[in-house]
Design a protein around this ligand. Sequence first.
Ligand code: F6P
Length: 546
Amino acid sequence: MPQDADATAKWTEIASLARVPGASAIRPLFAADPGRAERFTFHADGVTLDLSKTSLSPEVLRALLGLAGMRDVAGRRRAMASGERINATEDRAVLHMALRAPRGTFRALERDGAEDASASVNDTLEAMRAFTLRTHADQPYTDVLNIGIGGSDLGPQMVVRALHRHDSPMRAHWLSNADGHAWEALRHQLDPARTLVLVASKTFTTAETMSNAHLVRDWLRAALGEAGDRHLVALSTNRKATAAFGVPEDQVFGFRDWVGGRFSLWSAVGLSIALSCGWRAFERLLAGARAMDEHFLAAPDAENLPLLMALAEVWHVDGLGYGTRAVLPYDERLARFPAHLQQLEMESLGKRVTMEGLPVAHNTGAVVFGEPGTNAQHSFMQLLHQGTTPVPADIVLVARPDHHFPASHRLLLANGLAQAEALLRGRDAEEVRAEMLKSGRSAAEVEALLPHRLFPGDRPSTTILIPELTPFTLGQLVALYEHKVFCLGALWDVNAFDQWGVELGKQLASAILPELSGPVGPGHDGSTAALIGALKRLWPEGTGQG
Ligand code: F6P
């Protein structure tokens, strides 16, 4: 659908608001409105979103909400929830919300007639629950190894990293990269007799996952003979391929093609979470996501957390030209949260054509990166404070810790708050001069060092505050970002649910693979051909040259 005239007018309005001198300034907004913090802080079931430290003014926010109206975000949301095939380039519905919905909630229309999506979901959940409880009761395994990549690894691994405790039922391990070093390191830690192996792959064709799955199946069979196959579980939509691989039929947990890989941790792909953290944790994770779904579906635009985050991103990316965003969870347990968001956001929004296939008229997906605070401060925060281009930061704070070291938690929180405050307020010449003179520097030294020690300030950050990190609040947090991605797809008119951009590299890799141990065909660029030659010379025994 070409953007209609009203939406185009809104984009023009946003662009002209961004050109107003001082449009990126934040401090004057606080000075002009003592109630700004409260006015730009929003809540949903205990999740707090503070957008006040961005340059969103009431006028800018009004224009952005107008854009959301013109782009019919609400209508598109209804279309998603009712099972319309909004992933048009793959002719699929997008129903990850059905994965956490009570039975009977999602009567999604499938091609072959009406189907209650949540009924099939709940049947799978019931099977996962029974398997998890049986495994925990009988205790045949101490360790669970999840083999998968992308959404079949990042989401569950992030969650397990966040929720696993020393007394959790099973230890979890992860094999994702097509790199024998990873398996080499892992296999010495695992006892095949006590390890349950989950092969997580929506398609069950992903080269990296299948390569690792063969290595691990060989290891199980070498140690346990045919009984090794009983240690295999598959989490997949492709039952034919799981059977051909030797996974016992009663150990295949399925899902449907309307679950995108990066939205799949709530499906059978989350079995590693249930096994290693407990069924109750998995259930509460789904309940938290469900609570955020309900907020997203019902809250008015001006109070809708995912939409407001998306609008702030549009302002940053399109209005002000800030094409990168940092994610800084001030919680070690969320160490893999930035990695999960990298896939969720960049695979979804790294698009350059509209739903109609026309070139987009605006910038789209931001580059997302991050590390937990405070580690980030000793790594890349320098650039956020004094680099040439502002990089908006999401700062995630967890109020109450789950340990008995309150002083260390206070230190962590103080740093999270201080980073946001420093980005906002900066440091001017007067302040820097006074501090240096006080510390005994000469006037000449002060003037020489001054430019290096100034902080421009007015650098945006968004703070997300949750009361504590539990399965429920983690579910809320992840779903918040999922829905933000949906909103951005609607605002930018791109398909947030396909990922054609990953295909070319896969095809070229399968063409190059045989050439590493055989003749090299024509058609490579000079650099690639030369590098293949160099690899063959450097590793002759592995490339059929030895
Ligand atoms: O290559 C990208 C991708 O298709 C992701 O979208 C997906 O999460 C990942 O590969 C893994 O796919 P699968 O679960 O089918 O192995």
